[in-house]
Design a protein around this ligand. Sequence first.
Ligand code: G3H
Length: 248
Amino acid sequence: MRIPIIAGNWKMNLTIKQALEFVDSIKEQVSGTDVEVLICAPFTMLKDLKEKTKGTNIKIGAQNMHFEESGAFTGEVSAPMLNEIGIDYVIIGHSERRQYFAETDETCNKKLIQAFKHDITPILCVGESEAEREGNKTEEIIKNQITKDLASLNDSQVKKLVIAYEPIWAIGTGKTATSQQAQDTIAFIRETVKALYNEEVSETVRIQYGGSVKPANVEEIMNMEDIDGALVGGASLKADDFVKLVNF
Ligand SMILES: O=C[C@H](O)COP(=O)(O)O
């Protein structure tokens, strides 16, 4: 059985003080849930958040990392650095990184390999633009991303992987994919994983939906057969909303 995962992606928001207050205000209220609870925060606050969430069911993730162990990569953070502070998850290939920071399928693939090497669970983001959806290119784009990003990963790695389907046109726009659109594309991702690996792998990998998820639509999305959670931006910054999302 796949355990759903509700993850907040705080993006470039909040100070350490605000982040710690946030955790204080939600930790009791999210403690009774059956879903996995994750907050992906900016690098500066990861260590403090790890300490703050000790003994709770809240896991902490990063939003990016480099694919090399160490070296002359000014401004970057490595997997061993994240591992050293006990980081559980890392988002790889978010569309904002692909769009603004020249992330490619090739770098995503290297990052996935590196994350697994250091026992950090990657959340791989894939998704199509509005023009691609309108041009009926969604499945072609997604299949291409999944095939390239997962290259050389083995069955047991892909079983541990989390994939987030995030249609770019639904991110931060208030335009949510309908639950049926999200279900259809996520079922297609599962089919793609099955074709690349096998049924056991495709039935084990967790696939989230992301894009304008909020308390008002989370239950409908989570009730879809193939959807195993949500990757939430805006609504994850409001403590009350995050609590509602986790307890949908
Ligand atoms: O990683 C989260 C996604 O980019 C969704 O962001 P959003 O919930 O603000 O639309």
